[in-house]
Design a protein around this ligand. Structure first.
Ligand code: ATP
Ligand code: MG
Length: 431
């Protein structure tokens, strides 16, 4: 046998039965997004490298050290596997002039790629679900997006997440804060780690986003952006807070919450859990009013968030949520291969009625369909609620035997094949 090939480190296969949890999450997301009138958008996984360098900011963890970038061998273009989707969504909105008739509410789901050290809750291919509202400048849409996320946690039954909120103000306010921050960190040069020293003059705000525990005390005592906000920024912040209060959504204000990309302004927020160790941020977002213009569009305000699918699923598992078990309604037992032309149309009819059917199929091509005993064994282990036995005697009379495999163990009856549409629905285990 040839050597085994394995998946790339930090990139996971998602297999059944676990994949059912993913599907359930995706279904819940579609439902909640539609309730809030957000529409699906799908953008390419590969984008020009320049999109992220310009969009996310040169001095960010992602652009400095986490991007999978490569040169297209055929034409020399610089390309990158998307590390996040906001920049791509904004590029698409600009490219297709989507905002010509007003704001757009959009959502996406899909894989993202970052070259990080793989650990629990941190992978090199991971998945995000995100919502973006482009072309809306007021605090009500910030609140709407936070309420949307909150509604999603409720739909999923996700507990133990808390909301942290901050405001990054506007560029002139950040400029003043930046000067105070540089002065503060210069006074404490000796306590700065390598990253912080490098960023001191290029992007001191990023120092506050440090994951180094040794930097924690220093960062906590640093000048707070909130103290530099002017009346307009404060009014926006307070309006968001008032709407969350009115909806009974609890939050705490974290003045050191700055988020990992440079594109944010005003509102920023994260949903955090203590139950996943140090990878505790399940969802993060905020306002990014300058990004549309940065990417070449006519200036338009925007706000959005992204959640980490692996972390949300891990948290649901941690809570003890049972795996959604997918079992077929019916297992079709077919003793003779010669019956297949007669059996298959019946199975298709049942499927059209919404009955899920698993057909017996032998593992090899030569040894026939297999004994009744082995077929019943397969039917049992499939978890199916009913077996349909298409035996030669039954078929000769235009009938099939229906056998209950779980509730009412063993009970059986015969049913007429020409009247499938009359009794087929009785095989459906789910409403
Ligand atoms: P972190 O601080 O954990 O590195 P981040 O600030 O880089 O997160 P964002 O870019 O805001 O994360 O992405 C939004 C969400 O995507 C995160 O809150 C997290 O749930 C998830 N996420 C980010 N990076 C990874 C990763 N490498 N593996 C799994 N999930 C991730
Ligand atoms: Mg990160």
């Amino acid at each position: 046998m040839a050597d085994k090939l394995t998946a790339v480190k930090g990139m996971n296969d998602i297999l059944p039965p676990d994949s059912a949890r993913w599907e359930a999450l995706e279904n819940a997301v579609r439902h909640v997004m539609h309730l809030h009138a957000y529409r699906n958008i799908r953008t390419p996984i590969v984008e020009p490298t320049a999109l992220f360098v310009r969009g996310l900011g040169e001095v960010t963890d992602i652009v400095e050290k986490e991007m999978y970038s490569f040169e297209d061998r055929l034409n020399g273009e610089q390309l990158t596997l998307r590390p996040e989707a906001t920049a791509g969504v904004v590029r698409a909105a600009v490219e297709h002039n989507m905002l010509y008739d007003g704001g757009k509410r959009l959502y996406y789901m899909g894989p993202m790629f970052r070259h990080e050290r793989p650990q629990r809750g941190r992978y090199r291919q991971f998945h995000q679900i995100g919502a973006e509202a482009l072309g809306f400048g007021g605090p009500e849409v910030d609140a709407e997006l936070i309420l949307l996320a909150h509604a999603l946690w409720q739909t999923l039954g996700l507990k133990d997440v808390r909301l942290e909120l901050n405001s990054l103000g506007q560029p002139p306010e950040r400029k003043q804060h930046r000067a105070a921050l540089i002065a503060y960190f210069e006074q404490h040069q000796d306590q700065l780690d390598e990253d912080a020293k490098r960023r001191l003059h290029s992007n001191p705000l990023r120092i506050l986003d440090s994951k180094n525990p040794a930097m924690k005390a220093l960062n906590e005592a640093a000048p707070k952006l909130l103290d530099f906000l002017g009346p307009e920024s404060l009014a926006h912040f307070n309006a968001v807070r008032a709407m969350l209060d009115a909806n009974g959504v609890a939050y705490s204000i974290n003045p050191r919450l700055v988020r990992g990309m440079d594109y944010y302004n005003l509102t920023v927020f994260e949903f955090i859990t203590e139950r996943l160790g140090s990878q505790g941020t399940v969802c993060g977002g905020g306002r990014y009013d300058d990004l549309v213009a940065e990417i070449g569009g006519k200036p338009a305000p925007a706000v959005g968030w992204a959640l980490g699918v692996e972390r949300v699923l891990e948290l649901l598992k941690e809570q003890g949520d049972a795996t959604a078990e997918l079992v077929p309604d019916v297992y079709a037992i077919i003793p003779e291969a010669s019956a297949l032309p007669q059996v298959l149309p019946v199975l298709q009819t049942l499927r059209q009625m919404g009955v899920s059917v698993q057909m017996h199929a032998p593992s090899g091509a030569v040894e026939g369909m297999g004994s009744m005993k082995s077929q019943f064994k397969k039917a049992d282990s499939s978890g199916a609620h009913f077996a349909l036995v298409f035996g030669p005697d039954e078929l000769a009379q235009g009938q099939v035997t229906v056998k209950a495999l779980r509730d009412g163990q063993g009970a059986q009856r015969t049913a007429s094949l020409s009247e499938v549409s009359a009794w087929g629905h009785t095989l459906q285990s789910r409403a």
